[in-house]
Design a protein around this ligand. Structure first.
Ligand SMILES: [Zn+2]
Length: 264
């Protein structure tokens, strides 16, 4: 893909900057083209299976399915947090002196914030949450433009990355975008997604007052784990059992009921 990272919701890609131009929302034709590109990429690669678009005769049905499929995509809260947080953190760190870095490392240790043993020592979810939360106390140079942008990012995380919206998250995104532009950093796909797609996504797909955390990767994993628990402890039976469909339905119903109570 020549280092090109396209946005999956619109026709923007990371060769473009973060500006106010509204990029075209992806249509089913775009999705089909994307799948065909993937098919080309994977051809001859034994580790991946080619995505067989040619074998599908009813293209119209595929298009409709792809649009439905794309609408099911949630904005990935954890990836946005890690991608944008790490980008800003790295940009601050390269401007710091050895003494400042040493002081900063001591603070991280005191706050029990650790780097991952993998991914080149990047931070994982909980560590990055702590970094954004404690950003004012981490010994960063206060006049650094990436630091100021990370402080604004904290406001975005606070206002809409949790289960519920707090305060004016649209204004928080607006302020983040303004400071990001002034920082001179290149615009990654995740920054574009945050600035251009988070507000429309929330308006269109999230119930009033609910934040991105309500549909995060962890939220899905926790729902899946709850489903497994309910199935194992209350309804589990063999597929051949005539009550199998009823047991499955009861499990879904119980899990949905608990989710409903938790959200109320
Ligand atoms: Zn986009």
């Amino acid at each position: 893909m020549n280092g090109r990272h396209p946005c999956i919701w619109c026709t923007w890609d990371n060769r473009r900057g973060l500006d106010s131009v509204q990029w075209e929302e992806r249509s089913s034709a775009h999705h089909l083209e994307m799948f065909q590109n993937l098919q080309d990429m994977y051809q001859g690669d034994s580790k991946n299976h080619a995505i067989d678009c040619d074998g599908i005769e009813d293209r119209q049905a595929l298009n409709v399915w792809l649009v439905d499929f794309m609408q099911m995509f949630n904005l990935p809260e954890l990836h946005l947090l890690l991608g944008i947080g790490q980008k800003l953190y790295d940009a601050i760190l390269i401007t710091m002196s050895e003494d400042e870095k040493e002081h900063h490392e001591a603070i991280l240790k005191k706050l029990n914030i650790h780097r991952s043993a993998y991914h080149g020592g990047a931070f994982e979810g909980n560590a990055m949450r702590k970094i954004t939360k404690e950003v004012l106390e981490l010994g960063f140079p206060k006049s650094n433009s990436s630091y100021i942008t990370l402080v604004k990012f904290r406001c975005v995380v606070d206002s809409c990355f949790g289960k519920h919206i707090k305060g004016d998250f649209k204004m928080a995104i607006y302020h983040f975008e303004q400071t990001f532009k002034q920082s001179g950093l290149s615009c990654s796909t995740k920054v574009h997604v945050l600035c251009r797609h988070l507000i429309p996504f929330s308006t269109k797909h999230l119930p009033d007052g609910m934040g991105l955390g309500s549909v995060s990767e962890q939220a899905f994993e926790s729902a899946l784990s709850r489903f497994g628990r309910v199935w194992e402890t209350r309804y589990k039976c063999q597929e051949e059992n005539e009550k199998f469909p009823e047991c499955l339905l009861n499990t879904v119903s119980d899990v949905n009921f608990v989710n409903f109570i938790n959200k109320s």
